[in-house]
Ligand binder design. Structure first.
Ligand code: DGL
Length: 269
């Protein structure tokens, strides 16, 4: 049985890459809803409808487990999907929890009461919809006390990345980090709360300074998925991934190949 990984565009490829490293024999099907990207400037209702449609497409392609490799969908739609939309026998998981578990020094699935943790000042960089949802703060409050979170909605970064304009994306990262640091001059840790942002990891680290520990999601999600599949494992296949897009397959393939620096070929979803 294949595992689906979904994102509005190319950001979830960072999650897919990390997951493939941990799980080389699993058949992954990646779906980029490029026609409707970016999601981060849409309403929660809109994001919910689009995410349900995309996940249904992955169920139809034979996945019984789908990872939302998109914080915006995880923040704005996952809880509502879990409250009644997900069909019997299917699972949909988000990308927030592994990140928060790493930040709060917890093992996978540790649901003990919230406690004090080392980091007290955390900068969150995410899309406008993720910031507006306050899902990160909600999940954090279940696990840690006394952590001050300052969130920066990074409008424009995803568009620049999807357009392949890395110079613009870098300039925007610098300006969003400046804006954040005016509100919180000395963050101890920074969360890259959008799966597109690991593609700009160096720009974030440079702008934040070497003292700030930057938590980038892809590896954490890869490890946590490997852990999950070891417990629920019937997912061994040939390790051959498939890439689907709702956008123009040629254009999306070119961008993906540019990002990951190896040939990636998308077909129409
Ligand atoms: N990669 C998505 C996320 O993690 C992108 C959001 C967008 O489409 O704006 O939030």
């Amino acid at each position: 049985m294949a595992v689906g990984i979904f994102d509005s565009g190319l950001g979830g490829l960072t999650v897919l890459e990390a997951a493939q490293k941990c799980l080389p024999d699993v058949d992954f099907i990646y779906l980029a809803d490029s026609e409707h990207a970016p999601y981060g400037v849409r309403t929660a209702d809109d994001i919910y409808e689009l995410t349900c449609a995309a996940v249904q497409r992955l169920f139809d392609a034979g996945c019984d487990l789908v990872i939302l490799g998109c914080n915006t969908a995880s923040a704005a739609a996952l809880r509502r999907m879990q409250e009644g939309w997900i069909p019997e026998g299917k699972r949909v998981l988000g990308v927030f929890v592994p990140l928060i578990e790493a930040l709060t020094e917890r093992d996978w699935g540790d649901n003990s009461p919230p406690r004090e943790v080392d980091v007290k000042h955390v900068a969150l960089f995410a899309t406008p919809a993720t910031v507006a949802s306050r899902a990160f703060q909600r999940e954090l409050a279940f696990r840690a006390i006394g952590v001050d979170v300052e969130a920066q909605a990074c409008g424009g970064v995803v568009d620049a990345i999807e357009d392949g304009d890395f110079i613009l994306a870098e300039a925007m990262v610098r300006s969003h980090v400046d804006a954040l640091m005016r509100k919180m001059p000395k963050p101890q840790a920074a969360i890259l709360g959008c799966t597109h942002y690991p593609l700009m990891l160096d720009a974030f680290q440079e702008a934040l300074g070497a003292d700030v520990k930057v938590f980038s999601q892809a590896n954490l999600v890869g490890e946590s998925l490997a852990d999950y599949l070891t417990r629920h494992g019937d997912k061994i296949g040939s390790g051959e991934p498939a890439y689907l897009t709702t956008g123009d397959p040629k254009q999306v393939s070119n961008r993906a190949t540019q990002f990951l620096r190896r040939q990636i070929t998308f077909t129409a979803a």
